[in-house]
Design a protein around this ligand. Structure first.
Ligand code: COA
Ligand code: AMP
Length: 632
């Protein structure tokens, strides 16, 4: 059966489709019903069933005779080391860690925050929580103490599992002082912290609160898998919204396992014994789904890569990893490819490696510009497949279902909706627009398995942020169009979220930091088009009258403040001081117009603008600061 038949089959009988897909998962109580819809517009999947995610990702493969196969390959050019962990070893390590957590009181439903770099222990920590039915919340290592504190207060973890450090090119990022500071800042205090000491930085442990990864496991009884209900949360993953308060996306166990199990063969063409590599970070949704749970669920080998596309040591790293570990499908963000291309425009380094194992490259996280897609396709000679999704959805909304049927590629489009998703392009009134017309992209409810059932402890926010604008639909926050063949094109966000190097960031959160500077009267942060990172943030500051400081000092201060409060991942490096901000007559700041001016793009002053002369002022300031600044 091809894509069309499968998609139509799902449309004809969604309940049957997902119950069939559920057979790829081991249940301790099999589902009789797929969808629970009695509390619409809130839906849940496989609520009547019981399973354990860790069992599905680890133990069952050992039982099936795959114990000696590698489950994880850690390839770390940054520490110049490589190691492999078999499924049998992974089972033993995870059961031991889970046993130690249990011995210290962690049980089903408790939250555990994980703050770790790209080491296999990060996956082991996630799986150990899953084994106990504890709910993990992984926080990306590039976030600062304040961001970690906000997440600690929101999900109130019983324990935090962290490493002593992460390693970035040229510097060791000490995690322990960040963790200590975050716990100090947070109102909620965890009962204990587990610290993985890395040889690059041995952290000082706090007596009575911190335990060391290895010693706290000594002599404990390994834990068995605890069955949980299909609608039991597996994890909470925080993502950027329009304000400084991140959204805690909840993921239920049953639907997630079913959706990922469907996606591995049908989208990525990966099965047991294959090697799958996603070059992302466990701190992002891509890392949760396709570094940890997806490939392990399929019985594949997952590559955990601790390095960068360039500089560790060169732009040939990706190709070396693919060659050395015989990677079959490779998934990364377009920005990573752009970084490689910038260093090695001819792809000369590719010729140094044997890439015969590689069947396809998958891209997501930001719009895949046709130029980048063409470059990889030409250099590697394999299909390059864009797919579109979000932290909220957990897996692809639209993709080219390569494993099922390799559909014709249209560059600039992530292709077609996956089964489970009825995608619509709507105008402001919620009416579907004609093909080729730009609109807001919404998905008809219910969302398929794997998607968020809600936000952690924030039902009203969930309703307001996603379900209110277009009743009966989930609002994606993305705008785009669909063509005559049903291919989707994702062009921009409809909110103040920006995408920097494939990382989703909130300009609202940055504005809150800027506004906290005593000399700042008013501010705005916009995402300016960037040839490497897609977008980079730029701050506009209006100073208070009589502020006792210079514009140079304030811009320097706010750059430091954002790094300190949000973290280096915000990549906030520039700000300019302006007299006034352009606004509509109703007082709304014209961020999109400012972004265009800063990016040197053509723009038109909106009809609703209060005083068009401000745009010229802004253009002049930006030109002085070295931005291209278009004339309008
Ligand atoms: N811990 C601590 N700091 C981190 C970090 C981590 N896990 N990840 C990134 N940072 C820091 C970087 O060191 C950098 O710091 P600097 O300002 O001191 O240089 C800053 O955060 C910004 O990082 P980034 O935006 O990633 O820029 P970069 O210059 O380090 O690298 C790319 C640029 C394109 C190579 C890199 O962003 C990349 O590989 N992107 C792929 C994105 C991706 O996988 N996204 C996931 C969605 S699929
Ligand atoms: P995140 O939740 O961090 O995965 O970010 C999700 C957002 O990234 C989406 O809402 C889009 O704005 C953007 N995005 C992700 N993948 C794509 C893609 N393939 N094409 C265009 N935009 C994408």
């Amino acid at each position: 059966m091809g894509y069309r038949e499968i998609y139509e089959g799902w449309q004809a009988d969604p309940e049957r489709f997902w119950l069939d897909a559920a057979q790829a998962v081991d249940w301790t109580r099999a589902p009789e019903k797929a969808l629970k819809d009695d509390a619409a517009p809130f839906y849940e999947w496989f609520a009547d069933a019981e399973l354990n995610a860790c069992w599905n990702c680890v133990d069952r493969h050992v039982e099936a005779g795959r114990g000696e196969q590698l489950a994880i390959i850690h390839d770390s050019p940054i520490t110049r080391s490589t190691r492999g962990i078999t499924y049998a070893e992974l089972q033993a390590r995870v059961a031991s860690l889970a046993g130690a957590l249990r011995a210290k009181g962690v049980a089903k439903g408790d939250r555990v925050v994980i703050y770790m770099p790209m080491v296999p222990e990060a996956l082991e920590a996630m799986l150990a929580c899953a084994r106990l039915g504890a709910i993990h919340s992984v926080v990306f290592g590039g976030f600062a103490a304040q961001e970690l504190a906000v997440r600690i207060d929101d999900c109130t973890p019983k324990a935090i599992i962290a490493a002593s450090c992460g390693i970035e090119p040229g510097r060791v990022v000490q995690y322990k002082p960040l963790l200590d500071r975050a716990i100090e800042l947070a109102s909620h205090k965890p009962d204990f912290c587990v610290i993985l000491q890395r040889e690059q930085e041995v952290a000082k442990l706090i007596e009575g609160r911190d335990v060391a990864w290895h010693s706290f496991q000594y002599g404990v009884e390994p834990a068995e898998c605890v069955p949980v209900a299909g609608n039991h949360p597996l994890y909470i993953l925080y993502t950027s919204g329009t304000t400084g308060q991140p959204k805690g996306v909840v993921r239920h166990t049953g639907g997630y396992m079913v959706a990922l199990a469907w996606s591995m063969p049908n989208i990525y063409a990966i099965g047991a014994g294959d090697v799958f590599w996603t070059a992302s970070d466990v701190g992002w949704v891509v890392g949760h789904s396709y570094i940890c749970y997806g490939p392990l669920l399929a019985g594949a080998t997952t590559v955990v890569f601790e390095g960068k596309p360039v500089g560790t040591p060169d732009a040939g790293t990706f190709w070396r990893v693919i060659q050395n570990h015989r990677v079959k499908s490779f998934f990364t963000a377009p920005t990573a490819i752009r970084a490689v291309r910038r260093e090695d425009p001819e792809g000369a380094l590719i010729g140094d490696y044997n890439l015969r194992s590689l069947q396809a490259v998958f891209l997501a996280g930001e719009r895949a510009d046709p130029d980048t897609v063409t470059w990889v396709e030409e250099k590697l000679g394999v299909p390059v497949l864009d797919h579109w999704w979000q932290t909220e959805t957990g897996w692809a909304i639209a993709a080219n279902p390569f494993g099922l049927e390799h559909l014709p590629v249209k560059k600039g489009s992530p292709s077609v909706p996956m089964p489970g998703y009825k995608v619509k392009v709507l105008d402001e009134g919620g009416h579907e627009v004609a093909p080729g017309t730009l609109g807001a992209i919404a998905i008809e409810l219910p969302l398929p398995p794997g998607n968020l059932p809600g936000l952690w402890n924030a039902e009203e926010r969930f309703r307001k942020a996603y379900l209110t604008t277009f009743p009966g639909h989930y609002e994606t926050g993305d705008a785009g169009y669909v063509d005559e063949d049903g291919y989707l094109y994702i062009m921009a966000r409809t909110d103040d979220v920006i995408n920097v190097a494939g990382h989703r960031l909130s300009t609202g959160a940055m504005e809150e930091v800027l506004a906290s500077h005593p000399a700042v009267a008013e501010c705005a942060v916009v995402g300016v088009t960037d040839s490497l990172k897609g977008q980079t943030p730029l701050g506009f500051l209006c100073l208070k009258k009589g502020a006792q400081t210079s514009p140079e000092q304030v811009t320097k201060d706010v750059v430091e403040l954002v790094r300190d409060r949000i973290g280096p991942v915000a990549a906030f490096k520039s700000a300019v001081v302006v007299e006034r901000l352009p606004k509509t007559r109703s007082g709304k700041i014209l961020r999109a117009t400012m972004a265009k001016i800063a990016g040197g793009e053509d723009y038109k002053a909106p009809a609703t603008i209060d005083d068009p002369a401000i745009l010229d002022e802004i253009g002049a300031v930006l030109r002085m600061a070295g931005f291209p600044a278009a004339a309008g």
